[in-house]
Design a protein around this ligand. Structure first.
Ligand SMILES: O=C(O)CCC(=O)C(=O)O
Length: 193
């Protein structure tokens, strides 16, 4: 059964603007960004964004068929993890960073429901830079209306369970956007007991 709406908690301007500006600039410069490629119908395509997977040792993660190399936490990413973890009352052990260089960069429809992720933990998403729209649609198409959430500079969005089970999300292109955006999604990878 599809929940009627995704379970979201959205704090606009969770980070105040000057702090968000400083985080945006530092992360752009110091994160080891990569442009991965994905295979679609047998052909390789460059992903329309740059990415980095930062995580505690042992927290590997595959998505779009890619095994992500684990990068160590930078001091700034570790400090942001602490603050986001307090807001979400959750200990996150991993972080996917996405760098959308301008409005041509985007992310397709998907759910963050890979087997490695703890389905009981929220996913916390911090946005820095250009405003973009995150869209949600039910996985069982037509069972609930789609939803659009405008994510601005410094916004924090918590996606609580069972959102990933019932909903997909995606970030469409917005061609008039000429400035960059970073998105940080803090996650909880399941570790062997
Ligand atoms: O950039 C965004 O707001 C979405 C990122 C996302 O969907 C993800 O990391 O799974």
């Amino acid at each position: 059964m599809t929940a009627a709406t995704p379970c979201l908690r959205h704090w606009r301007g969770w980070v105040e603007a000057a702090q968000a500006d400083a985080w945006l600039e530092r992360l752009r410069q110091e994160v080891p960004w990569k442009q991965e490629s994905i295979r679609v119908y047998g052909r390789r395509h460059a992903m329309p964004r740059l990415t980095c997977w930062m995580a505690d040792p042992g927290c590997g993660y595959r998505y779009s068929g890619l095994e992500n190399a684990i990068e160590p936490w930078t001091p700034l990413a570790a400090a942001i993890r602490r603050r986001v973890g307090e807001a979400a009352a959750q200990e996150f052990n991993s972080l996917l960073l996405n760098y959308y260089r301008d409005g041509r960069d985007a992310m397709g429809w998907h759910a963050d429901d890979e087997a490695e992720l703890d389905p009981e933990a929220p996913i916390a998403s911090l946005s820095l830079g250009a405003s973009r729209t995150l869209r949600f649609r039910p996985r069982q198409r037509g069972t609930a209306p789609t939803l659009a959430v405008e994510l601005g500079h410094g916004d924090l969005l918590l996606m609580d369970p069972p959102t990933q089970r019932h909903w997909q999300h995606g970030l469409p292109r917005r061609l008039r956007v000429e400035t960059p955006r970073l998105n940080l999604t803090f996650r909880r990878v399941r570790l062997p007991a």
